[in-house]
Design a protein around this ligand. Structure first.
Ligand code: DC
Length: 245
């Protein structure tokens, strides 16, 4: 991950017709985080994981016992948050002085994040924050609504997907590697299906492929093959948009 503090805030980007953003959207567990961060690294671009931001807010709801609904209390809480993405090499996300880099990866936070992300004021808060981050840098931004809502003029849009079964299997392996043994494939598959449903059916900014996005299905690809494919797509799009990477 690149450190935001070391980016040149003064380097105005010259091409106006495109947002200088590679938008990578897709369902949970399609390998977005791993592949997007590797891609950004390879191309030397800033990586922004918007899911981590929804997860951080989910953690905050949980910790403060804030009800998952619109309320004056929620607005007051959002207004007073001290939210820092990409603080340094070790800290991906800090909220009110607490480093949440590891905590947001727990399974119950995944489920909660999908519920919290339905709230309009949460989405609005993060939309503003995400746009403020990319104002001066070429970025690779991953999420659900990046190509459709957050950066509709992104020069490159990719919809990264995989079947629910493959995604559940990858998630199980990831959790087991992280030392969580009390999980089974059927349970994870059910969670994947429910999360897709919530993400696709919510009213605001649902998960959907932008009409001008290129779909990449990673079912039959290794991580390296997928990253190579993504890098090719980004280079082609940059050439077409006359953007120097
Ligand atoms: O990509 P992820 O699994 O870390 O995302 C966590 C949750 O946040 C997921 O349920 C969908 C939601 N999300 C969203 O609604 N919009 C985004 N741009 C990114 C994530």
């Amino acid at each position: 991950m690149l450190d935001l503090r070391f980016h040149d805030a003064g380097s105005a980007l010259s091409h106006k017709q495109f947002d200088h953003v590679v938008a990578i959207d897709g369902p949970s567990g399609a390998g977005k985080s791993t592949m997007t961060s590797a891609l950004a690294n390879e191309l030397g671009l800033l990586y922004i994981d918007t899911g981590a931001m929804y997860r951080a807010l989910a953690y905050y709801f949980d910790k403060t016992n804030l009800a998952i609904e619109e309320s004056p209390e929620l607005l007051a809480n959002l207004k007073n948050l001290n939210f820092i993405y990409g603080k340094d090499e070790h800290c991906l996300i800090e909220l009110n002085g607490e480093d949440l880099t590891e905590k947001i990866r727990e399974n119950q936070i995944s489920i909660l994040a999908s519920k919290v992300s339905r709230l309009p004021s949460v989405r609005e808060y993060l939309l503003d924050y995400q746009r403020s981050l990319v104002a001066k840098n070429i970025c690779v931004v991953e999420g659900r609504d990046i190509g459709t809502v957050v950066f509709p003029n992104a020069f490159c849009k990719i919809f990264l997907t995989a079947s629910p079964e493959v995604r559940a299997k990858r998630r199980l392996e990831q959790l087991q590697k992280g030392g969580q043994d009390n999980v089974d494939l059927d349970g994870i598959l059910e969670e994947v299906i429910q999360r897709d449903k919530r993400d696709q059916e919510r009213e605001i900014s649902p998960l959907k492929k932008a009409t001008d996005a290129i779909e990449v299905n990673t079912d039959q690809m290794t991580s390296d093959q997928a990253i190579k494919k993504l890098a090719e797509l980004v280079s082609e799009a940059a050439k077409k948009a006359n953007i120097e990477l």
